[in-house]
Write a protein that binds this ligand. Structure first.
Ligand code: PEP
Ligand code: MN
Length: 348
């Protein structure tokens, strides 16, 4: 069985009826259709066994401009399928538009006081989204594994109090329902980037998915993982560069900032950068966050803790409040210089 190999590009303009007729014809031939309405034209992605359809028959239909074979192994994630940048809404926060979104919070939710204090500060400094893990993928089974459902509730309450959206990790298929109940964005961690059952299940939800790059994944691997979510029916995927394993040991990972322009070229999906996991040491986080904004990232996600030295998880890469405020100000200056926007917090 051959899966999506073709896209049908409609004329500019094609009428709504013409598009519907082509869609109906393709469905009747036993294929699924993914429709992308761009600013100036509509593109239809064909999913299924394309050997069953007569290409010349479609090309003769009114309103059809061109039928092309998509050369990349990912289809719905490709720029060929959609020319315009996709904007994904995390609650009411748009990711992938003009604004560069700051996402901040602790590695893990530890207590009500900790998450409330972090949320209050990051909101006042310009963050729009609160992060914090309730289910933590830890290298050691003896490390703190997260507060689970109670952590999700604390995270949601803190975010609501300070008008922030919520992103948090979902580690396994059985957690999808409960995490989706509390979060605006479901994070797939680096270690799970190729958990295909999880990706397919997330594709069946209507919540945006933040897909982190696996430590040994190529950019193409990451786009193929995004394709799992998209092809299962969920168009809202945000990609996240968070560092890859290399021979370098001075930093926790090697933050591959070249992934940002490469992904921008290959895909219409928004891309953000997580310099905290990328470098693993708090003193290097701010310079790489600034570089991420300079290179064109749609958002920056950093770990911030009221008392980094007391953190139960990733304390050495967590920023203090003051460090986050400085980072936010500098990212704002760089973003503004490049014609983008970075929200001001109440304290700015
Ligand atoms: C995290 O964001 O806390 C996390 C575990 O990240 P990653 O999956 O990139 O290691
Ligand atoms: Mn972490």
């Amino acid at each position: 069985m051959v899966r999506i190999l073709m896209i049908v590009i409609m004329e500019t303009p094609a009428t709504g009826e013409q598009v519907l007729e082509v869609e109906a014809w393709i469905r009747k031939a036993g294929l699924e259709v993914h429709r992308s309405d761009g600013a100036d034209r509509t593109i239809l992605g064909l999913v299924g066994d394309i050997s069953r359809i007569d290409k010349s028959r479609i090309s003769m239909m009114p309103g059809v401009r061109e039928i092309i074979k998509v050369s990349s192994p990912y289809k719905l994630a490709s720029r060929e399928f959609r020319q315009e940048d996709t904007v994904v809404y995390a609650g009411d926060v748009p990711i992938g538009g003009k604004e560069v979104i700051l996402i901040a919070g602790p590695c893990a939710v530890e207590s009500e006081a900790q998450i409330d204090s972090a949320a209050s500060f990051v909101a006042s400094a310009g963050a729009r989204i609160l992060r914090g893990g309730a289910y933590k993928p830890r290298t050691s089974p003896y490390s703190f594994q997260g507060l689970g459902e109670e952590g999700l509730r604390l995270l949601r309450n803190a975010a609501d109090t300070y008008n922030l959206s919520v992103v948090t990790e979902v580690m396994s298929p059985d957690q999808v329902e409960i995490v989706a109940k509390h979060a605006d964005v479901l994070q797939v961690g680096a270690r799970n980037m190729q958990n295909f059952n999880l990706l397919t299940l997330l594709g069946e939800t209507n919540k945006p998915v933040l897909l982190k790059r696996g430590p040994s994944a190529t950019i193409e691997d990451m786009l193929m993982s995004a394709e799992y979510v998209l092809s299962a029916g969920n168009p809202n995927v945000i990609l996240c560069e968070r560092g890859i394993r290399t021979f370098e040991t001075a930093t926790r990972n090697t933050l591959d900032l070249s992934a940002v322009p490469v992904i921008e070229h290959l895909s219409h999906l928004p891309v953000i950068v997580d310099p905290s996991h990328g470098v693993g040491k708090r003193e290097y986080v701010a310079p790489m966050a600034r570089a991420a904004v300079a290179v064109g990232a749609d958002g920056v996600m950093v770990e911030v803790h009221p008392e980094p030295c007391e953190a139960l998880c990733d304390g050495s890469q967590s920023l203090t409040f003051d460090q986050f405020a400085t980072l936010a100000n500098r990212c704002r200056i760089i973003g503004t210089t490049l014609g983008r926007k970075v929200a001001k917090g109440a304290s700015q």
